[in-house]
Design a protein around this ligand. Structure first.
Ligand SMILES: Cc1cc2nc3c(=O)[nH]c(=O)nc-3n(C[C@H](O)[C@H](O)[C@H](O)COP(=O)(O)OP(=O)(O)OC[C@H]3O[C@@H](n4cnc5c(N)ncnc54)[C@H](O)[C@@H]3O)c2cc1C
Length: 440
């Protein structure tokens, strides 16, 4: 027997679902579909454990870990993160800590900081335990989406041996490589947000003490913002997310450039006085994008393969895993031949876009004077009931409660209204920021 391209079907392996990419999105979707009884093959071009950026997770990741059966293992490899700490040199409050226990839904008061090499390997092994045929060191090079019955996926091993897979559904979870969006020419640069990042791992960086020792620290500065994420074994992940124009001024090594950038902030300098770089500094450009297609006949794009905005709220892994959970539920119904497919697909797309939009609202305004002021104007003891509620709604978003929880909606709307009023009041500053953003 031959497939639509005339290739001998004897060499072809048949599955219900083929997943491209073995990061958090791919392994989550694969695990849950295998749990539902479908035959699933996952193809990963790298080999775990491998470095990946994206180390700070959100509280709303925890229910997903429970569902995948990995919560205890994540706890073992992670550092407990109770809050996100923000620092600014231009607001009345120089530092404020946003504890997740203050979210409107306080059921998940903590998250974890993880080394992605360990975390992704754990998720990969777990999907194999759940029955997924997960293969590493194999790169998907072509997907034939034309046949309405069976999709053909071609992949190459490291030694250039070709394998052919046939399936009813393809999930693209290839991350920032955006495999299907490139093929479909559906990838679009985000016109509202273009940043670039430069980052590395260090030892001997001053850590916070007591209950705050696992918190992420975020520092605002003129060229963007800086993160410090404490990892196990005394390592600190440090990165700067900057306007691309600033990074273009670089004429020295990445290491010196990051060091000079960090030295612009006295509070950061205090913490890195004895810092020692481990490994290499890396940089990522071409930052924010989305695909104009999320789902088509027999295929779906999930996680970073569909869209990426900015890591400031540590939302990437959560959005990727939650969209994979929802995608697995949708694909399960589609494969069963539901008569409601149109409605389900629309609801899925609405939910994914809603989550990204909730985070994006803050990301697009992250460096505006009005947002700095609103987030960092007074400490909790001086806030009235409504100010506290608004802060809780912001913390809910920071926790990953981004899909329209009605209890979050009203105080969040008040927060946004105040933001617009404050921006109008300080319109000169707001316009200066918007011009700066447009022409970095
Ligand atoms: C600078 C920076 C900092 C970040 N910080 C955070 C953070 O603190 N917290 C957070 O939650 N998120 C963060 N993120 C975002 C986070 O890294 C991603 O959102 C997350 O990894 C997305 O998961 P994913 O499974 O969709 O993709 P990935 O994790 O990228 O996984 C995709 C996998 O697909 C594989 N692959 C690609 N192409 C192919 C192919 N053709 N065939 C087979 N396999 C393929 C890749 O090897 C990879 O293993 C950050 C991002 C950046 C750029």
């Amino acid at each position: 027997m031959r497939n639509s391209r005339g290739e001998n079907r004897k060499n072809q392996q048949d599955f219900d679902v083929v997943v491209i990419g073995g990061g958090p999105a791919g392994t989550t979707a694969a695990t849950l579909l295998a749990d539902s009884g479908w035959s699933v093959c996952l193809l990963e071009k790298g080999r775990h454990p491998r470095f990946h950026i994206g180390e700070s997770l959100l509280p709303m990741n925890l229910p997903i870990f429970e569902r995948l059966g990995v919560l205890d293992e994540v706890r073992k490899i992670g550092i407990k993160k109770l809050a996100a700490e923000f620092n600014s040199t231009v607001t009345p409050l120089a530092q404020d800590t946003f504890y997740f226990s203050r979210a409107i839904n306080p059921d998940h008061p903590c998250a974890f900081q993880v080394r992605r090499s360990e975390f992704d390997e754990l998720l990969f092994t777990n999907c194999q335990i759940h029955g997924v045929s997960a293969i590493q060191n194999i790169e998907v090079v072509d997907v034939d989406l034309e046949s309405s019955e069976h999709k053909i996926v071609r992949a190459l091993s490291k030694d250039k041996q070709q394998s052919v897979f046939s399936c009813k559904f393809v999930i693209d979870a290839s991350g920032r490589e955006t495999f299907l969006a490139n093929k479909l020419k559906s990838k679009q640069k985000n016109a509202r947000h273009q940043m670039a990042a430069i980052f590395g791992h260090y030892r001997n960086v001053q850590r916070r003490k007591g209950v705050d020792k696992g918190n992420i620290s975020i520092y605002w500065f003129g060229q963007g913002w800086i993160w410090m994420i404490p990892l196990r074994d005394g390592v600190m992940s440090i990165g700067a997310v900057c306007w691309p124009g600033y990074l273009k001024t670089r004429s020295i090594s990445l290491e010196e450039f990051l060091s000079n950038t960090l030295r612009q902030l006295p509070e950061v300098v205090k913490r890195i006085e004895e810092a020692e770089l481990i490994g290499k500094i890396q940089a990522t450009g071409n930052y924010s994008y989305a695909s104009s297609t999320m789902i088509g006949n027999g295929y779906l794009l999930v996680g970073d393969a569909y869209a990426f905005v900015d890591p400031v709220f540590s939302s990437g892994v959560f959005l990727a895993m939650q969209s994979a959970v929802d995608a697995a539920e949708l694909i399960d119904k589609l494969l069963q031949g539901t008569s409601d497919s149109k409605k389900l697909i629309q609801a899925y797309q609405r939910k994914i876009k809603r989550g990204i939009a909730a985070i994006s609202w803050f990301i697009y305004r992250f460096n505006t004077p009005a947002l700095h002021y609103l987030l960092m104007s007074s400490d909790d003891s001086k806030q009235n009931k409504w100010q506290m509620k608004m802060k809780s709604s912001v913390i809910s978003i920071l926790s990953g409660d981004v899909y329209g929880n009605p209890k979050v909606t009203v105080p969040l709307l008040m927060f946004k209204t105040l933001y617009y009023l404050l921006s109008l009041k300080n319109y000169a500053e707001t316009i200066r920021f918007m011009r700066f953003k447009a022409k970095p």
